[in-house]
Design a protein around this ligand. Structure first.
Ligand SMILES: [Zn+2]
Length: 191
């Protein structure tokens, strides 16, 4: 029986690294501390626990432990990365990096769009290839449009009607029917 689990890229990288290099965060811990544990359930009721275990003053290791009715029945050999396949008899768990759900700009929040725009503007400054420039410009237009149409209240943000600054909705105030910066508009943003 095979199961595949996906683990967030950053977490996987952290533990894979801790299996390869001595990381103080883990190497100071008591021997055999369990610093990662993911339970994977098989259809017949058995369960494999995928674990990262510390070694005092040394690198971590990984293992898969197979359980039946809450009792350990067998385990894999010690392995040296969290990414990979853990097999006990007929039971296997493959640990993979999580695939990104959807990287399209449509699902980004306001801050992410702003960051994308800055990156694109930087990229345009450093690009000499005319074809690439056309491509970058098209992306810039797309992101700018998304920013313009963005519903700021989705992110609990507001746009000051005096200075145009975008800030946390908690820093806004209604003054004379206008939504504005509560503590005064920043000087450099004043029109
Ligand atoms: Zn303002």
């Amino acid at each position: 029986m095979n199961k595949t689990i996906e683990i967030e890229k950053a977490i996987l990288a952290e533990f894979d690294n801790a299996c390869e290099n001595i990381v103080p965060e883990f190497s100071v811990m008591r021997d055999a501390s369990n610093v990662f544990d993911r339970e994977v359930h098989f259809d017949d009721g058995k369960m494999m626990s995928i674990q990262v275990i510390t070694c005092r003053d040394d690198t971590c290791y990984t293992q898969g432990v197979l359980y039946e009715d809450g009792h350990e029945i067998d385990c894999t050999d010690v392995q040296d990365s969290l990414t990979g396949k853990f097999t006990v008899g007929d039971y296997s768990v493959t640990v993979e990096e999580q695939r990104l759900q959807d990287e399209s700009v449509e699902n980004k929040n306001y801050d992410e769009l702003q960051r994308d725009l800055e990156e694109l503007l930087d990229a345009r400054d450093n690009e000499n290839n005319p074809e690439m420039l056309v491509h970058i410009d098209r992306n810039i237009d797309e992101v700018r449009e998304l920013i313009e149409d963005y519903d700021l209240s989705d992110d609990d943000l507001f746009r000051c009607e005096n200075c145009g600054t975008v800030d946390d909705i908690e820093d806004s105030a209604q003054i004379a029917g206008k939504l504005v910066c509560a503590s005064g508009c920043p000087a450099e943003a004043r029109p």
